[in-house]
Design a protein. Structure first.
Length: 298
């Protein structure tokens, strides 16, 4: 009897410890951008997967104290097209939140259509496959401007280069503001959510069912600047994915994203199996999901 009790005690202790370690390890990935050295803790997509570097500037505390200043060159994550990207790898369920402001380089809002920035989670590229044959799989939530150059919160999901998206424009919002953007991954479901500066409540923006995504994902920040020339021609329509991705875009396609990031926080998503199944089965209301998000970030 004593041996049996001791066995169950050990199992309980190890399980509790594993949960605690996992929670600590995810939180340890967070970055408040108070120390310029922490930029070295992020991986550059261009370096790890051997694509051109699409980042013009990546600095901490130079423009705004306690902020990462992320300025991309042109390039946007759409279908199989690449944009700029820094990330950390996460395995299993997780929740991430970032607080970003997306400005133009000389104006409050970007002056070029579909210039945005925010969170991207992505299946790591298989570098054993030749670049021409690789397929993209990702989910993102961003803020910036839409095709009419109005303030927008925007979500998208690409599966095998096939893209679906939804934007939430607010034409009355004339100035750039900080927006908190979040992604919750539970089993096969990816939920995007957001909260504007001075708002009290989260808004659930989208629910994507992505059973194709692997356990380990890249999770990080993107500056996403769709390539339009000065006459409004969209470069993507002239290129296949590989030819577009293999080069840095010419200077006549001027990106206009100047993104400031206050923090990027990682949280463990330790939920009971009943709640995980309810999320996976899409049986929770937005209100219930918001309750869960608030619980996880306490």
């Amino acid at each position: 009897m004593k041996k049996t009790l001791l066995f169950f005690y050990i199992i309980f202790f190890l399980s509790s410890t594993m949960i605690k370690i996992n929670s600590q390890s995810l939180k340890s990935l967070s970055d408040e951008f108070n120390d310029e050295k922490t930029i070295g803790n992020w991986e550059k997509f261009s370096k790890t997967e051997k694509w051109p570097d699409r980042i013009e500037k990546l600095e901490i505390g130079k423009e705004v104290k306690g902020n990462l200043n992320f300025v991309p060159l042109f390039g946007g994550w759409w279908e199989g097209f690449h944009g700029s990207y820094i990330y950390k790898e996460v395995t299993g369920d997780f929740l991430v939140i970032t607080k970003v402001k997306v400005k133009g380089k000389k104006t409050s809002l970007p002056t070029v259509s579909w210039n945005r920035g925010g969170i991207l989670i992505r299946t790591p590229g298989d570098i054993k496959i030749i670049p021409e044959n690789r397929k993209e799989n990702f989910v993102h939530i961003m803020t910036g401007v839409n095709g009419q150059k109005n303030f927008v919160i925007y979500t998208g999901s690409t599966k095998e280069n096939s893209y679906q998206w939804k934007d939430y424009p607010e034409a009355e919002q004339k100035e750039s503001i900080y927006v908190e953007l979040g992604i919750l991954r539970i089993k096969d479901v990816v939920i995007t959510f957001s909260k504007k500066e001075n708002s009290q409540e989260w808004k659930i923006n989208s629910r994507f069912f992505r059973g194709d995504l692997p356990q380990t994902l890249q999770v990080g920040l993107t500056g996403c600047a769709e390539p339009y020339d000065k006459t409004g021609n969209w470069l993507n329509s002239k290129y296949n994915y590989y030819n577009y991705n293999k080069e840095v875009l010419p200077s006549e396609y001027p990106a206009d994203v100047n993104m400031f990031v206050d923090y990027f926080k990682f949280y463990d998503a330790n939920l009971n199996e009943k709640d995980k199944n309810s999320i996976s089965e899409n049986s929770f209301t937005d209100k219930k999901l918001i309750e869960i998000i608030n619980l996880l970030i306490k």
